[in-house]
Design a protein around this ligand. Structure first.
Ligand code: ADP
Ligand code: PMV
Ligand code: MG
Length: 399
């Protein structure tokens, strides 16, 4: 059987994180930073897993992994999670309180339990993921990982092959739905925005259960991303907002509604005829400020994120936290009139705080697959230069 690479991007949420979990609109785009997976069958009935970003290397006998019997709605995932299976897999991987490793392994094996065919079961497979995204920093590394897992297992087990009769849109939807299940394992209660942006690419306005709306014009915006390097887990931040919401629903709900209106205002700005670019960017920056204020009021800012805002505002730039907050990344809007010297100064000041600055493209392609003509070893895959996957390969995207 062939060897496959799969790949998918991280994301940046411009407006609407957290509120999107409550059914509000959010605005997000895919990043140039991506994760890459290798999947290929073996002959010794083992699953050989290597996840260097979370320092996990494990090998399991494929027949020891719990499996899920054929379910209603096959091959689309069931609506609710199989919590018994999750418990079994938690015991099986036995990684205790090593949350990041454990969640990554369980997410993979959860999808494996549903999707592995008898043919793959008779062989075993290698599964490796490496990522250029910071893990646990608000740029959707979990979703990017989840989309790589879903694409790889669906492709390996033949669910995306021509014989299934699924067109590209249906294949993309299948990948997105399975990636959402993996995100559920990692996050608990994800909105689905991260896996959707990672699968589709581009820039979108997203509302749970509704048709995804592309956001044209967004690609022309420039952002500086700053990783405060303060670790946090999305699951914990989402749970904290939930506690506040349940304690003070009449206070928190209007805040979530206000965040909803930020994305709507963003769309209005972009669709307003005759609004010149400099006014557009000024208004956009004002919305960045308002959204951050509301997120801070929801309790998901952090002194390090406030530091990013303080430093950038001294140079006239607007910043907000992005993703779940509590640490992780902030985004700073770079208006067209901001000089390269100003960007260099702001970066220098932020880096002096121990933060990491990244300038990356936004709105690029979503999930992709590459079929290799020759098998590769795990060591070869891991040894490739960071830029190898994008510069030397012909990827097929779900478009
Ligand atoms: N490259 C990767 N390899 C394995 N697991 C990953 C990878 N990237 C992310 N993860 C999983 O996602 C978790 C981080 O998810 P999360 O807290 O949502 O942060 P993020 O904002 O980066 O999505 C990690 O603890 C790990 O379980
Ligand atoms: C906070 C939230 O809106 C985004 C989380 O993004 P990230 O995992 O921090 O990259 C949660 C969600 O939408 O599921
Ligand atoms: Mg995440």
């Amino acid at each position: 059987m062939p060897t496959y690479f799969t790949s998918s991007p991280g994301k940046v949420i411009l407006f609407g994180e957290h509120a999107v979990v409550y059914g509000k609109v959010a605005t997000a785009g895919s990043l140039g930073l991506r994760s890459y997976a290798l999947v290929q069958t073996r002959e010794d009935k083992k699953i050989e897993v290597n996840l260097p970003n979370v320092q996990l290397a494990r090998s399991w006998n494929i027949n020891d992994v719990p499996r899920q019997a054929r379910w209603e709605g096959y091959p689309y995932p069931p609506q609710s999670m199989n919590t018994d299976l999750l418990d079994q897999l938690t015991k099986f991987v036995d990684l205790g309180n090593q949350t990041n490793r454990s969640q990554a392994a369980i997410a993979l094996l959860y999808l494996h339990s549903f999707l592995t065919t008898d043919e793959t079961l008779a062989l075993g497979y290698d599964f490796v993921v490496r990522s250029n995204l910071p893990v646990g920093a608000g740029l959707g590394s979990s979703a990017s990982y989840s989309v790589c897992v879903a694409t790889a297992l669906l492709q390996l087990n033949g669910y995306l092959s021509a014989g299934t009769g699924l067109d590209v849109a249906a294949q993309r939807d299948l990948v997105n739905q399975w990636a959402f299940q993996a995100e559920r394992v990692i996050h608990g209660n994800p909105s689905g925005i991260d896996n959707t942006v990672s699968t589709l690419g581009g820039a979108v306005m997203f509302k749970k259960g509704e048709k995804i709306e592309p956001l044209p014009g967004f690609q022309s915006l420039r952002f500086l991303l700053t990783n405060t390097r303060v670790p946090r887990e999305t699951q914990v931040q989402v749970a904290n907002v939930r506690k506040l919401h349940d304690k003070f629903p009449t206070v928190v709900n209007p805040m979530l509604d206000a965040i909803n209106e930020i994305s709507n205002s963003c769309k209005d700005i972009f669709s307003q005829d005759g609004l010149d670019r400099s006014h557009l960017l000024t208004r956009f920056g004002e919305l960045v400020d308002v959204n951050h204020g509301l997120l801070a009021a929801l309790g998901v800012s952090h002194p390090s994120l406030e530091k990013v805002r303080e430093i950038s505002s001294k140079l006239g730039l607007k910043s907000k936290l992005t993703g779940a907050g509590g640490g992780g990344c902030a985004l700073t809007l770079i208006r067209d009139d901001v000089t390269p010297e100003t960007v260099a100064v702001v970066k220098q000041l932020l880096e002096a705080e121990g933060f990491q600055c990244m300038e990356t493209s936004v709105g690029g392609p979503g999930a992709g697959i590459l079929t290799l003509t020759h098998p590769t070893t795990i060591a070869e895959f891991l040894a490739h230069d960071k830029t190898y996957f994008d510069t030397t390969q012909n990827w097929t995207y779900f478009v």
